[in-house]
Design a protein around this ligand. Structure first.
Ligand code: GAP
Length: 458
């Protein structure tokens, strides 16, 4: 399923421009502070985007924490003791080689330069020698604006788990193997920012550090590759748009013994959505050396202290959201007209059921409101009564709403409504008394079929 040679990827229907435009037009994602001309690589999530992000996070949290016995969650500070970043290696190693153009003052990643030519002004012979540029964003903490207050905005959530290893292990009385998970914002002063929300300076990560005995760490690495792929299938992403790729030795991060990426076939080529790294004992050893605190695990069976090894599945919420939009997008011809539809799985769709009163009308309104109040506790609903019913169906298709419920004048007499399905466009009359069950059944039928972990080969 993951071997791209065996299964060539089908092209995504949408290009990035189409998705960027839909995201803005329909209230998913706006350029940040657009009224001031925006801000490079910063985006604001609108009402539908924010719902989708919540769905992604909640699905991840359910599968990584709540449905498991061996993982617990934390929320660590974004700005913490700067020594954390010295110990983690980010102060010395988290750098990109940059060149500067003496003609236009542009800065570029040295490995992105072709023919010694400046990518902006096109001059040759104006680029400096590469210099190391640290990608952490920093700030000054406290009332005195000098270097003594220098602190960093975390470039990954992972270190929060390492520095809390002992707190969590002892308070939760954990035995190996166990994991600590966290979802939250991370910040990097990325130099090359393009491709919409694929690479931004402020983004959200979902990371889990799985602490295990060194003898079983390779097995756990394989397990997490499969389990994480399974989760992406559960979001409905087409398997042919996903692949697993092992890093070459020269690509590995400073902490990693082995890393595999779950990659997506984006319109511009394969790109990372999640890294699954074998971090060995690097982080606990580093923090132990720098803090002077022993960060080991006492194995009661063998009476030995071991430094656990760590397997880390690390994903980005924003990249997953972009992938879902690209993968779900389809254009079709219906009765001679173009229909745009996002075939999102119900678990991630911003709205699962839209309530559409046939018209804005005093007689219809109380019945339609009653239907909405019946459905609201069970589904992510949206009330939509503007424009013709046909246009409203198209609008809901374009934002991926799986089901619409139309309340018409007959409803007042027969206490029944029409369910209209996004994918088949089929319409069925259903009594209000059985509406919740009928909708639930249809949403369940739309949920992706997820293979068993043993059926996934990596
Ligand atoms: N703790 C390991 C770590 O941070 P990473 O591969 O640098 O690993 C993990 O980041 C994930 O975070 C990536 O696979 C990606 O989804 C997301 N990510 C990283 N940098 C990003 C950026 N600048 N913009 C958006 N997402 C980013």
């Amino acid at each position: 399923m993951t071997d791209d040679a065996a299964q060539p990827p089908s092209e995504m229907t949408a290009d990035l421009e189409t998705i960027t435009s839909l995201a803005k037009r329909r209230g998913f994602i706006f350029p940040s502070a657009e009224i001031y001309g925006g801000f490079a690589a910063a985006y604001d999530y609108g009402p539908l985007g924010v719902e989708m992000k919540r769905n992604i996070r909640e699905s991840w949290w359910r599968s990584m924490v709540q449905e498991r016995d061996d993982v617990v969650g934390i929320e660590a500070a974004i700005i913490t003791n700067p020594n954390v970043w010295v110990a983690s290696g980010h102060v010395s190693e988290f750098t990109d080689p940059l060149v500067e153009c003496s003609s236009c003052q542009g800065r570029f990643r040295a490995d992105h330069i072709e023919d010694g030519r400046c990518p902006t002004c096109g001059n040759t012979g104006t680029l400096s020698q590469p210099r190391r540029f640290n990608m952490m964003l920093s700030t000054i903490v406290g009332p005195v604006a000098d270097e003594s207050g220098r602190a960093f905005l975390r470039p990954e959530t992972a270190q929060g788990m390492f520095v809390n290893f002992e707190n969590v292990q002892t308070t939760m009385r954990r035995r190996l193997p166990f994991g600590i998970a966290q979802v939250g914002k991370s910040f990097r002063n990325e130099i090359t920012v393009k491709q919409f929300i694929f690479r931004t300076r402020e983004f959200e990560q979902m990371e889990m550090e799985f602490f295990c005995h060194p003898d079983s760490s390779l097995e756990w690495h394989t397990y997490w590759k499969k389990e994480r792929l399974r989760w992406y299938y559960s979001l409905g992403i087409r398997p042919q748009h996903l692949r697993l790729r092992d890093h070459r030795a020269d690509e590995l991060s400073h902490y990693s013994k082995a890393t595999s990426d779950i990659e997506v076939h984006f319109p511009w080529g394969w790109g990372e959505m999640e890294g699954i790294a074998h971090r060995g004992d690097f982080d606990l050893t580093q923090h132990s050396n720098h803090s002077g605190k022993r960060l080991t695990y006492f194995d009661p069976d063998t009476n030995e202290h071991v430094v656990p090894h760590v397997v880390e599945p690390a994903a980005g919420v924003d990249r997953i959201l972009l992938t879902l939009l690209l993968d779900a997008y389809a254009e079709e011809e219906v009765k001679g007209e173009k229909r745009v539809v996002l075939r999102l799985a119900p678990s991630v769709a911003p709205v699962t059921v839209a309530i559409l009163p046939l018209s804005r009308n005093e007689k219809l309104d109380p019945t339609a409101r009653r239907v909405h109040s019946i459905l609201r506790p069970h589904f992510r609903t949206q009330w939509d009564d503007a424009q013709s019913i046909g246009r409203r169906y198209r609008r809901q298709d374009e934002v991926g709403t799986p089901l619409c419920v139309t309340v018409d004048f007959e409803t007042i007499d027969d206490d029944a409504v029409t369910i209209r399905e996004r994918d088949s466009m089929e319409q069925t009359r259903v009594p209000i008394s059985g509406l919740v069950a009928a909708l639930r059944e249809r949403l369940d039928a739309l949920a992706p079929v997820v293979p068993d972990i043993d059926e996934i080969s990596v």
